[in-house]
Design a protein around this ligand. Structure first.
Ligand SMILES: CC(C)(COP(=O)(O)OP(=O)(O)OC[C@H]1O[C@@H](n2cnc3c(N)ncnc32)[C@H](O)[C@@H]1OP(=O)(O)O)[C@@H](O)C(=O)NCCC(=O)NCCS
Length: 237
């Protein structure tokens, strides 16, 4: 029995691959992260002072926390993104109570020199494939600050729809956050246009128990749409 099946997870299409970083990968990830990637303000950063050091330590702590605190009720899967074997950035998926809600939220960043080459769109498209095809999500959501045209460009390009907004405090500054959602049905309509090579997902079945999911999801119905039975909802006829 594998104690940590997540380490075998791989999602790839052509030259781009997502996989959980090992501890050996972390120094390179911490050196690449841009300051504007932002980080969870609840991470207890200490002993560093420059914005670059803070961003770097936050990446380490985020990855370690995601491993230590992963549970079916709340998880974050941190994935390092490689293009032709070169580390380019990070693509995370997170969820609360995923076995019942089936909603994933994503976040990502790329090293500055790797932007505007389609990698941001490609790695999010791989995350969508993992969420919908691999894990049986019903929708994937994304939050971007107003004015973050690159992040909003990725969501627009992948077919998300706006689904609301919030005002959040970031470092004492009120920031207008725009939310976008891609449903499973819209993903099925749009995915052919993503321009990805065929997607391969490896090791996801081995992670299902760890994430509190049954060994297999219900068989897709004839029209290819999966029937998700939510707790408290009437059983399908
Ligand atoms: C957000 C980010 C991952 C996007 O990655 P990227 O590789 O530069 O984006 P892509 O090249 O895949 O572009 C995807 C789409 O957005 C558009 N886009 C990208 N950057 C843009 C910009 N600065 N302004 C306007 N549109 C932009 C592209 O034209 C493309 O649209 P198309 O598919 O219609 O041609 C990257 O800019 C980044 O790491 N930013 C810093 C961290 C961050 O803000 N993360 C998001 C937090 S929610």
């Amino acid at each position: 029995m594998t104690l940590w099946p997540l380490s075998g997870l791989r999602v790839r299409a052509g030259s781009i691959e997502l996989r959980p970083p090992t501890d050996d990968d972390l120094p390179a990830l911490a050196a690449l992260v841009p300051v504007e990637a932002g980080h969870d303000p609840t991470l207890p950063i200490s002993g560093v002072s420059t914005p670059e050091e803070i961003a770097g330590q936050a990446v380490l702590r985020q990855v370690w926390r995601s491993r230590a605190e992963l549970a079916p009720t709340q998880w974050r899967i941190c994935l390092a993104a490689y293009v032709d074997g070169v580390l380019v950035g990070q693509q995370d998926l997170k969820a609360d109570d995923f076995p019942r809600r089936r909603i994933v939220e994503t976040s990502s960043w790329l090293g500055e020199e790797h932007r505007r080459q389609g990698h941001g769109k490609a790695m999010r498209a791989l995350a969508l494939h993992l969420a919908f095809e691999g894990l049986g999500a019903v929708s994937v959501e994304s939050e971007s600050a107003e004015g973050n045209d690159a992040a909003l460009g990725v969501t627009r390009s992948l077919g998300y729809s706006p689904c609301g907004d919030t005002y959040e405090l970031h470092d004492g500054v009120v920031t207008h956050m725009l939310w976008s959602r891609l449903t499973r049905e819209r993903w099925a309509l749009h995915k052919q246009g993503y321009g990805l090579a065929p997607v391969e997902v490896e090791g996801v079945d081995g992670c299902r128990r760890l994430l509190g999911l049954p060994p297999t999801d219900p068989e897709p119905a004839n029209n290819g749409k999966r029937t998700i039975v939510r707790q408290g909802a009437p059983a399908p006829a």
